[in-house]
Structure formats: structure tokens, C-alpha cells
Ligand binder design. Structure first.
Ligand SMILES: [Fe+2]
Length: 342
């Protein structure tokens, strides 16, 4: 039996390769919604939309994004599109994050899904669906982080029930432009098709472009894959884009200590984005979340001491940022470059 045909498993990448048998590399079929399900009617219409993925249990980044959002005028909506938990193994932070996201629109990521309804029978670990460019040791550490976070979550079963009930996607509309806020990609909660790595290849861009007509949207706002990208694609008449905010709760660029959120609006941002574009008449910005980085470092170390799994995987990034730059994240075609220059 081919690996992708095995019941209950979704080897959505590279079927036939042995590493995709392992926990953390694959995800259950329940993660797959398919792009055509995004053709449903938008759940809400607004003027300004924040999409905040990968908060990773950072309460200081949460404070920063809530403050920025509160300062927005006009109709507005904030979507936490998954993985708002991760490092918050301390009960107080876990509850703080959980209760805050509940006040807004929240969709579950693989972290919340595996917390609330662990795919224990299949042993898919953290549910990240890691691709081949992520090393085995990192994948194993992620699985153990998930185990430890589960201990925290088990103490608050009523919160878990709420997480389990969250949807996987949020569909919004701004001035007639349909926007899908997803966690992974157009097809799967933990898909990597909207990763900067995959979008750097012609085959990856072709696959991503096909998702637009399939989903009937002009903008995808995603997260999950750790690094940000604002990618234009010539898939539809008029313009369209994928905007992946990377992480709200961790730095995204070398020598920086701020997170990123995606802002999509009928009006320009008062606070300048790290980069941005005009897409389908809307302003898209990668908003910097200038949280208290020193305080976050202390809080992180209280929960994940030197040598712990999260420390080994993430502390350097939290302290110094990843080896990635804004110019690598902004990938606009000529039409959108012209719009930026207007
Ligand atoms: Fe994720």
C-alpha cells in the first residue's frame, strides 16, 4: 500500500519517503479541508483585518498586538489564526492567552488541535507536518514540547473543550475582496505550501497559484511555517497575494527582536509596516510587534531553562532573530511593485 493511501494518515508531502512515517512529520486526515471549502461565504465583512499567527504563548506580544489593534479606527476584526500556544507551559500565561484570543476571532493551529484532540492513536506528535528541510532533532524536540504543553492544558479541561470547538479557517471580506485566514495553506491546517521555502521555487509558486481559483479568494493570510513572506502570484485577473506573518511571538529577521502581524485594510497603516503592498486595492502591511523583548526573554527562560527542548530549538532566535531579512520576505511582481511606489 502506498503511504499516502494508508487510512487515517495524510502524507501530504513526498509520499514514499521514510521520514514521513515519524511523529511530527505527518498529520491526520482531519487536518485537510481542501481549497474548495474556502469558497463558502465570508463569515464577516470589515475594513481592517489583523491576522496574528504564531503567538507561541508570548504574553508580551499579545499585549502589543492588542494595543495596536485598539488604536485602529473604523470597522475592524482580529483573527488569531492558530499556534497561539506553544511556550506557555506556565498555567497563568496559558490562561491569559487562551482567554484573550477568545475575545476575538480564533482558529486553531496544529498546536491547539493536538492539545485539544490529540491524534494519540496515530502518534503524529506536534502535528507540525515538518518538511524535509527541518532536521530530525528539531522535530523530536517539538514533539516533546507538545508533550509538556499537554500537561499544562490537561489541568484546564474547560479551556481545552473551547479549543477543540474552534474552526480551522476564517473567511473575511474587505470591500468585496475575499480573504482566507488559514493556519497552514489552502488545503491543510499544517500544510507548508505557503512557506517561504516552497514559494521560492517555480513549482511551489505554481501550486500556490492554483489555490486562488480553487478557493475563490484574492488574499491568503497564513502562518505556521515560522518565517514570513509576502508573495504575489499572477493567478487571477487583477492582483492577489499570499501574506504569511511568520511569527507574532518571536523575531522573524536577523538582529531584530520584534514579532510580526499581518494587517489588511482599506486605509494605510498609521504605524509603518516593515514592508507592505497594495493588493486588490487594499493595504497589506507586515506590522512589527515591538513587545518587551527583555521581559519575554526572562519569561521564556522561567519556563524553558538552558538545555531544555524549547531553549535548544528557539532561544537563539528569540535573542537574535533568524538568518532571514525583510528583503527576502517581500516578493512582489512588477504590477505590485508599481502599486507600492504610488
Ligand atoms: Fe503550526
Amino acid at each position: 500500500m502506498a503511504e499516502q493511501d494508508r487510512p487515517g494518515r495524510d502524507f501530504h508531502e513526498h509520499p514514499g519517503r521514510g521520514i514521513y512515517e515519524r511523529p511530527g512529520r505527518w498529520c491526520p486526515l482531519g487536518y485537510r479541508y481542501g481549497a474548495s471549502s474556502l469558497k463558502a461565504a465570508a463569515a464577516f465583512e470589515t475594513e481592517t483585518l489583523y491576522v496574528v499567527g504564531g503567538l507561541y504563548g508570548n504574553p508580551f506580544a499579545l499585549e502589543s498586538v492588542l494595543e495596536a489593534f485598539a488604536a485602529e479606527r473604523g470597522e475592524k476584526a482580529l483573527v488569531f489564526n492558530g499556534d497561539f500556544h506553544w511556550f506557555d507551559v506556565g498555567a497563568a500565561d496559558f490562561l491569559r492567552v487562551n482567554r484573550a484570543v477568545r475575545s476575538h476571532v480564533a482558529t486553531r493551529g496544529n498546536v491547539e488541535t493536538e492539545l485539544a484532540s490529540p491524534s494519540a492513536a496515530g502518534g503524529c506528535g506536534c502535528g507540525c507536518g515538518y518538511p524535509e528541510w527541518v532536521g530530525d532533532a528539531e522535530v523530536e524536540r517539538s514533539n516533546r514540547i507538545m508533550e509538556r504543553l499537554r500537561e499544562t492544558a490537561r489541568a484546564v479541561p474547560e479551556e481545552l473543550a473551547q479549543l477543540a470547538s474552534l474552526p480551522m479557517i476564517a473567511l473575511a471580506q474587505i470591500r468585496g475582496v475575499r480573504i482566507a485566514a488559514v493556519h497552514g495553506d489552502a488545503n491543510s491546517l499544517a500544510g507548508w505550501d505557503f512557506s517561504q521555502e516552497r514559494l521560492a521555487t517555480p513549482a511551489g509558486r505554481a501550486a500556490a497559484a492554483a489555490a486562488f481559483p480553487a478557493a475563490g479568494v484574492r488574499i491568503f493570510a497564513s502562518s505556521h511555517t515560522c518565517l514570513p513572506v509576502l508573495q504575489s502570484l499572477d493567478a487571477l485577473p487583477g492582483d492577489c497575494a499570499i501574506v504569511n506573518n511568520g511569527a507574532a511571538g518571536m523575531p522573524n529577521f536577523r538582529a531584530t527582536r520584534y514579532g510580526l502581524a499581518t494587517r489588511i485594510s482599506v486605509r494605510p497603516s498609521r504605524a509603518p509596516g516593515v514592508y507592505g503592498a497594495r493588493v486588490a486595492g487594499l493595504h497589506i502591511d507586515a506590522l512589527p510587534l515591538q513587545y518587551d523583548a527583555d521581559a519575554w526573554e526572562v519569561r521564556f527562560l522561567e519556563q524553558w531553562s538552558a538545555g531544555s527542548d524549547a531553549y535548544v530549538s528557539y532561544f537563539n532566535r528569540i535573542a537574535e532573530g533568524p538568518k532571514y531579512a525583510p528583503r527576502q520576505a517581500l516578493r512582489l511582481n512588477q504590477a505590485l511593485h508599481a502599486a507600492v511606489a504610488e
